[in-house]
Write a protein that binds this ligand. Structure first.
Ligand code: GLA
Length: 780
């Protein structure tokens, strides 16, 4: 809901309010973003007076806004800030005018509530075409220059989300230069908040870092050209003592896939400013007379009840307003990806034998990863040449797809369309397509260069080469990869004074391509990937409903990575695969059921040579897939909860079905006790809680087998292996019928864990990296 009372604007969602107004000078003063407060018509005048900043005298060494004004912009909560008028904090906007000056002063002109929202033109948005959602448009004009700044606030009531973006319009007779323009600013009248950010590197995305910001500026940003695994644009700002269940929390994200910048700036007056937008580093945009510049859309949410509610807001928002197309609400196919099974050794026969085993296991989609196109035998060649290698695929993509379809599986393919290898036909013909700085050696990343998507011809090339691949008969899934950071950022198509536009123009070029291709191929399921999660963001998610969360497929590592994503993204956007052990990234061994349990909480896939799995593992995988199919709608459509550091839970929207999982890092002897508590179950319902019965391989007990064997068994001997083949130890059974109230508030004490003092069927074998899944069904 949006209410305008005089010059005060009240934006409300189900649980939150965002309020701001206009000062006597025409500045936009921010009053409140937080818990919902409803102000009656009668109480407006006094409420506004109560919320306003009071000034009666100048303040120390601060600058007064104007001669006849005591307002100190440095000490005021503002909706937008600029430089040159006394506000010393991080600015929202910085423009260089034709006279060389950079002082800006944007003053309120008018505001209007739009029933039909105004849409972004060149970037994805939370608003889908034709969507009926309320939007407030606030127009500000520069006090002395003919330049207009338009602010858009869109309210998503049910998800408790408000989005913001800005448009700058140049009505000067000459060019102006935008040095910085943010998407959102939130000023809060306290300091010492905690910035919670998520970053890392390749293979270890989304590590949570907590930083208390008591003074100065804390920045979460990237200049890598992509939203990056170094610092994801999703950021939380919370009370220092906020927890999963309690405390004020703000969550922010940006619907953008390039260089982003989030700053938490604490002023000398103990107030905090948060801004998010395009990273101003190496950014400069020349705006010609009559032109406008639009920022990406920023997403904001607030929870008075800790991270859990904040994450639910974000999950619901992303599911409902970002993910779109045919697959938005459709549980995804279980796939087998060839990468860790075959790497570059692609051939028709290898893919078909993987497909046959995959079909037998219950998999639904076979994905041929890297290595299928002309001359691609390692990562040094061929990017840009999107024709099949006839030696590897004599029947081409379509021939192979048909055979895979005949086996009874859908067929998917890997591409990396934004790249060019120096050793490629494309580079021989069009070296100018590569992003390089003339006269300088290019710094390589994975032996490849980036295509300059700022050039229209390059965009056409990418679209056309992809139309051939994606449009090949039988292709129903595409993994769109992007495997390097930017270096040598430069476009040969832009004049020197516009080189600061290159990185942003690249992103706009990419969006143009993605929009065209996803619209042309609405039945194709697109998976986003950038060496795993190097471009996991809401911009990509608006085109591609799922993203490969990390190249690290180690189940234990994945518990951290997927937990990281869960703060800001629904698990239905994160793909996760069961892979071989020792794991290819860590060489760690984890139990097969843990690999499944962890992957099932994301969008499940397999990335393993099923043909080389032993019979026992293959049987187990078949059973996993059966279980997953029974519970897929819960994993996919349910609300995800972090119950504690080693327990996840997902609950169906109607709260009738749920799954929870616990896991272990390194186990300690003599630690027997474990309890599961639940979150999100209906307290007035009765639930049946049970686990899948495990059958343990006796080899897990090593030479302890001799404690029960009638004859001595030498470890790993033929006899040991033979016994292991035929004798299995039954695992513990957990089976309860109890109320949701008991589950949520008291919990279930699980059977005793193995601790070196004996084993029977009431013992939970819970060694290193073990896990258990418990299924919960309402019986009402
Ligand atoms: C990236 C992806 C992997 C795989 C390889 C292929 O690393 O993240 O999943 O597709 O490229 O080269």
């Amino acid at each position: 809901m949006i209410a305008v009372r005089g010059n005060t604007f009240f934006l409300s969602t189900d649980n939150t309010s965002y309020i701001f107004g206009v000062t006597d000078e025409g500045l936009l003063e921010h009053y409140h973003y937080g818990k919902r407060v409803d102000v009656s018509d009668e109480a407006v005048t006094d409420s506004v007076r109560a919320m306003r900043e009071k000034v009666s005298h100048g303040k120390g060494t601060t600058i007064n806004y104007a001669k006849d004004s005591l307002t100190v912009t440095e000490d005021m909560l503002l909706e937008v800030s600029s430089v040159g008028k006394g506000d010393l904090r991080e600015p929202f906007i910085l423009v260089r005018y034709p006279d060389g000056s950079s002082t800006s002063d944007f003053i309120f002109k008018e505001a209007v509530v739009l029933d039909t929202p105004e849409m972004l033109k060149g970037m994805p948005s939370a608003i889908s075409a034709g969507e009926n959602v309320k939007q407030l448009k606030v127009v500000l004009t520069e006090r002395v220059r003919p330049v207009t700044l338009v602010l858009y606030y869109t309210v998503f009531e049910k998800c408790n989300v408000i989005t913001r973006r800005a448009v700058l319009v140049n009505s000067e007779k000459e060019n102006i230069v935008i040095k910085r323009i943010m998407s959102a600013q939130l000023d809060i009248d306290e300091a010492g908040l905690k910035a919670i950010t998520f970053g890392g590197n390749w293979g270890r995305e989304m590590k949570r870092t907590d930083t208390i910001v008591e003074n100065h500026t804390f920045v979460n940003a990237t200049a890598s050209g992509v939203s990056s695994n170094r610092s994801n644009p999703f950021v939380m700002l919370t009370k220092a003592d906020a927890t999963e269940e309690a405390g004020d929390c703000y969550g922010f994200n940006l619907i953008y896939s390039g260089n982003h910048y989030e700053a938490v700036d604490v002023s000398g007056f103990y107030k905090t400013r948060f801004i998010t937008g395009i990273n101003p580093q190496n950014f400069e945009w020349v705006l010609e007379p009559g032109e406008e510049f639009e920022t990406p859309e920023a997403v904001m949410t607030y929870s008075a009840a800790g991270f859990r509610e904040l994450s639910l807001n974000m999950q619901h928002f992303v599911k409902k307003h970002i993910v779109r197309g045919k697959y938005a609400d459709k549980p995804r196919p279980i796939l087998l990806n060839s990468w860790e099974a075959a790497y570059f050794n692609i051939s028709e026969s290898r893919i078909l034998s993987l497909a046959k085993k995959a079909k037998e296991a219950g998999v639904e989609l076979l994905v041929m990863d890297d290595g299928w196109f002309k001359g691609r035998n390692d990562d040094t060649t061929s990017l840009g040449d999107w024709t099949e290698d006839k030696k590897k695929l004599p029947g081409g993509i379509e021939g192979l797809a048909r055979k895979v379809n005949d086996i009874g599986l859908d067929f998917g393919i890997w591409v990396e369309p934004e790249m060019i290898s120096e050793k490629s036909d494309l580079y021989e013909v069009h070296p100018e397509y590569a992003m390089t700085v003339p006269g300088r050696d290019n710094s390589p990343g994975r032996n490849q260069m980036i295509l300059d998507l700022t050039q229209p011809e390059v965009r056409e090339y990418v679209k056309n080469s992809m139309r051939r691949v994606i449009g090949a008969k039988g292709v129903s899934y595409v993994k769109w990869d992007m495997n390097r950071m930017f270096s040598d950022v430069y476009s040969k198509a832009l004049p020197p004074e516009r080189q600061g536009e290159c990185a942003h123009r690249y992103v706009l070029g990419l969006y143009e391509i993605l929009k065209a291709l996803t619209e042309e191929f609405p039945d194709v399921l697109f998976e986003n990937c950038a060496s795993g999660g190097n471009r996991f963001d809401l911009g990509m998610t608006a085109y591609m409903p799922q993203t490969w969360g990390s190249d690290d497929s180690d189940a234990y590592e994945r518990t951290f990575i997927q937990t990281g994503y869960s703060y800001g993204y629904p698990m239905s956007t994160v793909t996760a695969h069961v892979s071989a052990c020792p794991n290819h990234q860590t060489l760690r061994n984890t139990p097969l059921d843990t690999r499944f349990n962890v992957a099932a909480f994301g969008v499940l896939g397999y990335e393993i040579n099923l043909g080389e799995c032993n019979a026992e593992d293959f049987k187990a995988i078949k059973a996993q897939i059966e279980t997953y199919k029974e519970w897929r709608d819960v994993f996919f459509g349910g609300d995800f909860y972090r119950v504690d550091d080693t327990q996840w839970m997902v609950v169906s929207p109607d709260r009738k079905r749920a799954v929870t999982m616990i896991w272990n890092g390194l186990c300690n002897p003599n630690e027997f006790y474990r309890k599961i508590k639940t979150v999100g179950l209906a307290e007035d319902k009765t639930y049946h809680v049970y686990n899948v019965k495990l059958r343990h391989n006796i080899k897990q007990f090593g030479s302890l087998v001799n404690q029960v064997a009638p004859v001595h068994v030498k470890q790993d001997s033929l006899m040991h292996n033979t016994i292991a083949k035929f004798v299995k130890m039954d695992g513990e059974v957990e089976d309860y019928t109890v109320s949701g109230e008991l589950l949520n508030n008291v919990g279930i004490k699980l059977t005793q864990a193995f601790g070196g003092t004996g084993y029977n069927q009431e013992t939970r074998l819970f060694q290193d990296f073990s896990s258990r899944m418990y299924f919960i069904e309402s019986i009402d």
